[in-house]
Design a protein around this ligand. Structure first.
Ligand SMILES: Cc1cc2nc3c(=O)[nH]c(=O)nc-3n(C[C@H](O)[C@H](O)[C@H](O)COP(=O)(O)OP(=O)(O)OC[C@H]3O[C@@H](n4cnc5c(N)ncnc54)[C@H](O)[C@@H]3O)c2cc1C
Length: 451
């Protein structure tokens, strides 16, 4: 019997190198897709590493099935403000018949639903078409630093064994800031008081009668209130129940997952994640009972999908060279180093509710700039961090974590990595005007033409 039952000592070992790349992207969500696509278009030898067997991140793995943040309410007019690689992906999803027309959200902006199967295939096509190497079923587990404090290798575990991946520049699009954390880069969690945004287990139902369901999303809040009066309990208010491309299928965003202390479940804790999967499915069954019983058109519906994992909104956030704040979002801040825009409001998933805070509409331009410095760690030279784990406060992240802003940050990170290699400069020293020119040439909108 070993004397220490809390830990074991593993022997040192030699790890085979999977490959040497110019740019390695960790994570295949919206940020990672855009980062890899942007890096590869400049001819960079690029590898994207993803733990699942498909791309899309929370958008597919957690069944989000809806793009937010592609649009903004610009002085009263709703229009698309995120372009570039996002356009290329959307066009491919549309060609596969998997994209809804944009729909109105709370009377103020648009979102756009999609089918996960089409998203997965479209993202494969986008990246393979640009020559990105994709390694699926590879879980990154550690980073190896060199003597100068730069990342030398990312360590991954695969079915073929443990491997090291070498690169000049790494882009952390893991959503959880896994790579940044292993390097020792500074990061934060939550609001400073231990509160993160609550996760949600999404699900979709099929067999809805669209004629009878009609615009059920308008009546569901009142039907929930009636059900509560007869004793039914719901995990949260603010249910989002909306049709997909084929209106016999609807997505349901209503569960809310807490840890034992009642605060948001921690998406970097394996034990809490395990409990959350089970609790998520329990809540799904409860809400599905309500839909069948109380909502016309759902009587013959069935649950067609509970996605591979619960949806995690927030875990680690980089504490980088600039932290986007709630004031930046609400005041539609401008930055000299804008790489694109965020038009989504503060969407706080608090205990039992979803709280919204918007910039002034129609007085404001309805979007803030996203500065390049949000992607730059203070400590590690050859690392960028893009997506929901980029450098923002807890409140700002509740806005700029959505897909639109993640596409923006990813595209900027991929282009910046190329520029640093081409100019032989540190990521923190690249000429920002050159980066902005490249992004605009790549179709991106930087939001510099409207105040
Ligand atoms: C329930 C829910 C509903 C939401 N609703 C909407 C919505 O309607 N519209 C919208 O636009 N946004 C919505 N969001 C937010 C949005 O989906 C995410 O914030 C967005 O996907 C973040 O993109 P990302 O690329 O930064 O990270 P993610 O989408 O989280 O992608 C990270 C990727 O990295 C991979 N990965 C992570 N760690 C590792 C590792 N160690 N090794 C290998 N791979 C790894 C993951 O598998 C994943 O594919 C929602 C989020 C949730 C949770």
């Amino acid at each position: 019997m070993p004397t220490d039952t809390n830990s074991i000592l593993e022997p040192a070992r030699r790890t085979e190198v999977h490959g040497a790349y110019e740019i390695v992207v960790l994570g295949g969500g919206p940020a990672g897709i855009a980062a890899a696509a942007a890096a590869a278009i400049y001819g960079r030898k690029t590898l994207l590493i993803e733990r699942y067997g498909f791309l899309g991140g929370m958008g597919t793995a957690a069944g989000v099935t809806n793009f937010c943040g592609l649009h903004a309410n610009v002085h009263g007019e709703i229009g698309q403000v995120v372009h570039g690689i996002a356009d290329e992906l959307l066009a491919r999803i549309d060609r596969l018949g998997g994209l809804n027309a944009p729909h109105l959200v709370l009377g103020k902006t648009h979102a756009q639903a999609y089918d996960t199967a089409a998203y997965k295939c479209a993202a494969d096509d986008l990246l393979t078409g640009r020559g990105v190497d994709i390694l699926f079923h590879a879980l990154a587990v550690d980073a190896r630093m060199d003597e100068g404090g730069a990342i030398q290798a990312l360590i991954i575990e695969t079915k073929s064994g443990r491997r090291a991946v070498l690169a000049d520049i790494f882009i952390d699009c893991s959503g959880d800031g896994d790579l940044a954390a292993w390097t020792g880069a500074s990061f934060e969690r939550g609001d400073g008081d231990g509160n993160m945004l609550y996760p949600t287990a999404m699900f979709r139902v099929n067999g809805v009668n669209p004629d009878q369901a009609g615009e059920a999303w308008r009546t569901i809040p009142e039907r929930m209130a009636q059900a509560e009066r007869r004793g039914v309990r719901f995990p949260r208010k603010g249910a989002i129940v909306r049709p997909q491309r084929h209106p016999i299928e609807w997505r349901v965003n209503v569960t809310q997952l807490a840890s034992a202390n009642g605060r948001a479940l921690d998406g970097t804790d394996a034990i809490e994640l395990s409990a959350g999967e089970i609790e998520g499915r329990r809540q799904i069954l409860g809400y599905f009972d309500f839909l069948k019983r109380d909502v016309p058109g759902f009587e013959d519906a069935y649950i067609v999908d509970i996605p591979p994992q619960i949806g995690i909104r927030e875990t680690r956030r980089l504490a980088g060279r600039y932290q986007l704040t709630e004031t930046d979002v609400l005041a539609c801040a401008s930055f000299y180093d804008t790489v694109g825009v965020n038009g989504w409001p503060i969407e706080e998933h608090a205990a039992g509710d979803v709280l919204w805070r918007w910039p002034d509409i129609p007085e404001s331009r309805g979007f803030n700039h996203l500065p390049y410095r949000m992607l730059l760690p203070r400590e590690v030279g050859n690392l960028l961090v893009a997506g929901r784990c980029a450098s923002m406060t807890h409140a700002a992240q509740s806005a700029a974590r959505v897909s639109g802003a993640c596409f923006v940050m990813g595209q900027a990170a991929g282009a910046a990595a190329h520029l640093a290699l081409a100019a032989n400069k540190a990521l923190s020293d690249i000429p920002v005007d050159a980066l902005q020119r490249m992004l605009e040439e790549g179709g991106a909108y930087l939001g510099r033409d409207v105040n």
